[in-house]
Design a protein around this ligand. Structure first.
Ligand code: SF4
Length: 222
């Protein structure tokens, strides 16, 4: 398994302004100064091969993943990159100690932005290392079609994530530290985003609108 230690990270006010809704930007600047030193971003990934493609499942490194969406996304793919990215527990602990609800919210949002940036760093690293033009990813739990239970097979491919970067699954299949993301990167011609197939109405993390026609192509709609 490959590990990337100390993903370079620093969030400045201009970046925060493009992602956060706030009134008092001096408060955000102060919180960035609190948050930046508490963020320690790391990643592990595996270079994995598809052993077999079943009707609604795919066998990766001998482990079965059940998802018709993942199966369709991997139709023309032979090599994938299961991954875990974390920003560590430091910011999460600070959020837990914080008494001010608004501050708590902003610090948590800063953590989410940091995690997204760290995953982007991994994506760029994979593209550069393996000469891939474009990658997309899917994460267990983001769609009904690929539920959170699929964290188990994912972590069985990523054995060693706890030892290498300190990320483990708890009994509810939630990653600890919580500010961690996991999934499978795969090469694509057209960017795929799970949000395009997700009908959840209120979601601050939405990256693309729901696409009914695409959902039909994935046989998730009538
Ligand atoms: S809309 Fe929200 S819940 Fe749905 S896939 Fe996107 S980020 Fe996840």
């Amino acid at each position: 398994m490959e590990r990337i230690l100390q993903i370079p990270f620093s969030l400045n006010l201009e970046e925060a302004k493009s992602k956060l809704r706030a009134v008092d930007w001096q408060q955000i600047q102060n919180l960035l100064e609190v948050a930046n030193p508490l963020i320690y971003a790391q990643a592990v990934y595996e270079v994995s091969y598809i052993y077999e493609k079943l009707e609604d499942a795919v066998i990766i490194d001998g482990v079965c993943f059940n998802s018709q969406v993942l199966r369709k996304n991997l139709e023309n793919v032979g090599r994938v990159f299961p991954y875990v990215v974390t920003i560590g527990a430091g910011l999460e602990q600070r959020v837990g100690e914080c008494k001010d609800l608004l501050e708590q919210y902003y610090l948590d949002q800063i953590g989410n932005i940091a995690l997204t940036k760290a995953r982007k760093h991994l994506e760029e690293h994979l593209c550069a290392t393996f000469a891939i033009d474009r990658l997309s990813y899917m994460s267990p739990g983001s769609l009904q079609d690929w539920p959170i239970e699929e964290q188990k097979p994912l972590f069985s491919v990523l054995k060693g994530a706890e030892e290498l970067i300190g990320v483990r699954l708890n009994e509810n299949l939630i990653m600890i530290p919580r500010k961690s993301v996991s999934g499978i990167f795969f090469p694509t011609d057209v960017t795929f985003l799970s949000c395009q197939l997700c009908q959840r109405e209120k979601c601050e993390g939405r990256k693309a609108p729901y696409n009914e026609a695409l959902a039909r192509q994935y046989k998730l709609q009538g």
